[in-house]
Design a protein around this ligand. Structure first.
Ligand SMILES: [Fe+2]
Length: 210
């Protein structure tokens, strides 16, 4: 059920021009797709509120049911892109210090940073479109890697995204051939903002919103 006082979301802008291996052209197209998720999330919320107010917010109403199901796709599409763009940087991406809070947490959960990186890369290379995400279980402090199909299938309820990589083909097809997804994953990791991920882990930062 959408909130009756739903405030529309705004698409956030991200200053990422000049990344290594992820072109400005790709980013421009990708920002446009992200804006579409924001628009559709707002639209679906509006439609649900309108239906509720008209007394049509009923499980027996197929339109209400279908829009409610679609909300999970659009909402996660919006949110995951904000986490994704928010952990890219044109400054000094790539490195994770083993003595940082992020490095220590990865070491405790995976054995060492390189093992995490190999596992994250393997998940990102899986067939199909979706996301590779390193989540934090805020109840235990444990980090784990996950595959998300589309935007909504595979997210763990209540876990906090720490490292988020888009592996839909639109994320790289202007720069690489479909079979060259590994090159894109390398580029993502080269532009990965470890400081942003650490801030998420420590609670100093949350999802960047517009
Ligand atoms: Fe995307």
């Amino acid at each position: 059920m959408a909130l009756l006082t739903q405030t529309p979301y705004k698409a956030k802008t991200f200053d990422l021009s000049g990344l290594t291996g992820i072109s400005d052209n790709t980013l421009e197209v990708h920002f446009g797709l992200y804006a579409g998720y924001v628009k559709n999330t707002n639209l679906l919320n509006e439609q649900l509120v309108t239906m509720q107010q008209a007394g049509q917010g009923l499980s027996s109403n197929p339109s209400y049911s279908e829009i409610t199901r679609r909300l999970g796709f659009e909402y996660n599409g919006m949110v995951l892109h904000e986490w994704y763009f928010g952990n890219l940087t044109k400054a000094s991406g790539g490195g994770i210090s083993s003595s940082s809070a992020l490095g220590r947490a990865l070491g405790e959960s995976f054995g060492d940073i390189d093992t995490w990186r190999k596992d994250f890369t393997a998940i990102g290379g899986m067939r199909g479109v979706g996301w590779a995400v390193t989540f934090l279980d805020t109840a235990t402090g444990r980090l784990s890697n996950h595959w998300i199909t589309l935007h909504e299938d595979g997210n763990i309820a209540g876990f906090k995204p720490i490292v988020v990589m888009d592996v839909w083909e639109h994320a790289f097809l202007l720069d690489y051939k479909p079979a060259d997804r590994p090159k894109y994953i390398e580029a993502f990791l080269a532009n990965f903002d470890a400081d942003a991920a650490e801030a998420r882990l420590t609670g100093a930062a949350d999802r960047p919103v517009g």
